[in-house]
Design a binder for this molecule. Sequence first.
Ligand SMILES: [Zn+2]
Length: 67
Amino acid sequence: MRGHSSGVLSCLERERLEEELSEVRDRGRNVSRLRHLTRPERMVLEEREQAARMRLRDHDAEHGCQR
Ligand SMILES: [Zn+2]
């Protein structure tokens, strides 16, 4: 299960990063469904998601496989 937002995936590394991002997202969603998260916990999850998103963006910038 992953969110294909933009067309074709031609790059394995990018695919992996995208999977990582959606995993982080799913995990955060699941945890917050099970119990109430404290503010620090929520921040850790957000940071993790952000980091995964940054890796994806960096990959795009460096690799240019989206063009
Ligand atoms: Zn790539």
